[in-house]
Design a protein around this ligand. Structure first.
Ligand code: GDP
Ligand code: MG
Length: 174
């Protein structure tokens, strides 16, 4: 197979409380867009972005929840075939941070899944409304031995880095 047409395909999923910015992170990553008035129940089935990473062509497909997370209605079927999870909370919403334990347990329900997870602390542009410190975020990530990154889908800060950090973790296992 020619080096040029060879493509590594990755499937990622979003997870986390409603309104933490999951859809916004995906849109920032795929289309470099941000929508201020996006509705939390508006989902995008999935988005794709292909990029060159570590000298390889990597096609990242990101699936997004469309409000069903609000009712904690994520079944193990959602995780099937995925290699990576973008688990997000908002630094301006302490509850969404406290619910990370619930989401991690939910991932573990999928017994035959082999999934890498990254903990993403979003909305870091809202400094004055911050309810969760970086130290607390790191502590939680350490508890589960997963990577941690602070992002803002609004400014774009670290969004690509978050997806690539997860891609790196997944690809290093292959
Ligand atoms: P989801 O329910 O987790 O998919 O969250 P959305 O992506 O729908 O975002 C919920 C709300 O938060 C929307 O009004 C977004 O515009 C806003 N939002 C998302 N990310 C950020 C961010 O990084 N900073 C700020 N200030 N607002 C954000
Ligand atoms: Mg959404």
């Amino acid at each position: 197979m020619s080096r040029l047409v060879y493509e590594q395909k990755l499937k990622f999923l979003t997870l986390g409380d409603t309104a933490v910015g999951k859809t916004s992170l995906v849109l920032r990553f795929s289309d470099d867009e941000f929508e201020k008035n996006i509705l939390p129940t508006i989902g995008i089935d999935f988005k794709v972005r292909t990029l060159i990473f570590q000298e390889k062509r990597v096609r990242i497909q990101v699936w997004d929840t469309a409000g069903q997370e609000k009712f904690k209605n994520i079944t193990s079927a959602y995780y099937r075939g995925a290699q990576g999870i973008i688990l997000t909370y908002s630094v301006s919403n302490r509850k969404s941070y406290e619910h990370v334990d619930y989401w991690i347990k939910n991932i573990e329900n999928c017994s035959d899944c082999e999934i890498e997870t990254i903990l993403v602390a979003n909305k870091t542009d809202l400094e004055k409304q911050r309810e969760v410190s970086k130290e607390e975020g790191l502590k939680l990530a350490n508890k589960y031995s997963i990577p941690y990154i602070e992002t803002s889908a609004k400014s774009g800060k670290n969004v690509e880095e978050a997806f690539l950090k997860l891609a790196k973790k997944v690809l290093s296992k292959k």
